[in-house]
Design a protein around this ligand. Structure first.
Ligand code: GDD
Ligand code: MG
Length: 324
């Protein structure tokens, strides 16, 4: 079994951090989002192909330096080709069936059960579905009594949503699906290819585990909370001399003597948190400095961001300014 991971979006909703760093490399619960996504793959996964575009070289370097437990190949696109175009561009040599994963989906999905669902029901593929209250940012599916998807509407208005079951960004497809995607131009898999696939049989696989799309600051922090609560953490570690909760994942080089940390905090390499400072429900990337007595809450601080002594940073995303 091979897996194709879509990793080419611009991450616009996580700017300014994503001007410098692709969203898939933002660490949550102690390791980059992408590595939590790869945790979903069965251990016998033969190869993972990363369909990259934006910041492709940053991702290629990162996976070279921090190899996941599977053989990984990066195939990048010069211009953004969209979800379908990215699949087509990177999909040569996929297995039949293959797995398709969005790279910003943090979830507990039983991938072997998805594959079994696809094998048992047939058709051209199976799509994991998660139940959410607000369907507006997602693709929404309506199922018939045999779990076959009858209708699929990408990002519907609330009155046009046929259900609360959404495309969870984890699918099993027969290889023939790739051939239906035109080459060499942008293609949305959800709006252009899905309507062509429905008559051939696409089945919904309902997943009841936690699910979040970490594409906005609020949802990224919620994804981090879900991972901590599920114990799916890079390494639980609170720096020596700090106080606070258990749900802290700090690089060993972090200095935070006299600081109060947690719940739900990731601290990257070289982070310094001053005395009597408080950090909760946040991600502090490498080299962030939080001055004594400062408060950081509900925020994502990009590499080397500085919070002055006594300052309050709440519900914010701080990063480097875009390069000219
Ligand atoms: N290679 C490549 N090229 N990948 C891309 C491109 C592109 O041009 N555009 C987006 N991607 C990647 C993103 O990095 C992400 O992993 C995935 O494709 C989906 O793109 P998003 O931009 O995150 O889409 P979305 O969250 O609005 O909607 C999609 O995901 C939802 C679940 O999280 C859709 O598939 C929805 O149907 C789905 O419900
Ligand atoms: Mg997304």
């Amino acid at each position: 079994m091979k897996a194709l991971v879509l990793i080419g979006g611009f991450g616009t909703r996580l700017r300014p951090i994503t001007y410098e760093i692709p969203k898939q490399l933002i660490p949550i619960a102690g390791k980059p989002m992408l590595y939590h996504v790869l945790d979903l793959l069965p251990p016998d996964t033969e190869e993972v192909v990363l369909a990259t575009g934006y910041k492709a070289e940053v991702i290629a370097r990162h996976v070279r330096e921090h190899p996941p437990p599977f053989p990984v190949r990066c195939v990048s696109e010069a211009e953004p080709l969209g979800t379908g175009g990215g699949m087509r561009n990177a999909g040569d040599g996929m297995s039949d069936p293959f797995l398709l994963l969005n790279s910003d989906v943090i979830a507990a999905i039983d991938v072997p059960a998805l594959l079994e669902h696809q094998r048992r029901l047939g058709g051209v593929g199976a799509m994991t579905l998660a139940e959410v209250e607000d369907t507006r940012p997602y693709g929404v599916a309506a199922l018939d009594p045999t779990d076959r998807i009858e209708r699929f509407v990408e990002k519907p208005t609330p009155d046009a949503a046929p259900s609360h079951w959404i495309n969870a960004g984890c699918q099993a497809w027969r290889a023939e699906v790739l051939e239906l995607i035109p080459r060499g131009r942008p293609v949305s898999f959800e709006t252009e290819i899905m309507p062509k696939l429905l008559p051939r049989g696409v089945y919904g696989y309902r997943s009841y585990g936690f699910w979040e799309d970490a594409g906005t600051p609020e949802r990224l922090l919620n994804a981090q909370r879900l991972l901590f609560d599920a114990g799916r953490v890079g390494a639980f570690r609170r720096p020596e001399g700090s106080t606070g909760s258990r749900s802290v994942a700090a690089d060993p080089s972090v200095r935070a003597t006299g600081a109060r940390l947690g719940p739900y905090v990731s601290l990257g390499a070289g982070v310094t948190v001053g005395r009597d400072a408080r950090v909760e429900n946040s991600v502090l990337m490498d080299g962030v400095v939080v001055g004594p007595g400062a408060v950081v809450s509900g925020s994502i601080l990009g590499p080397a961001a500085v919070v002055p002594a006594g300052a309050r940073v709440e519900r914010s995303v701080l990063g480097a300014e875009p390069r000219a």
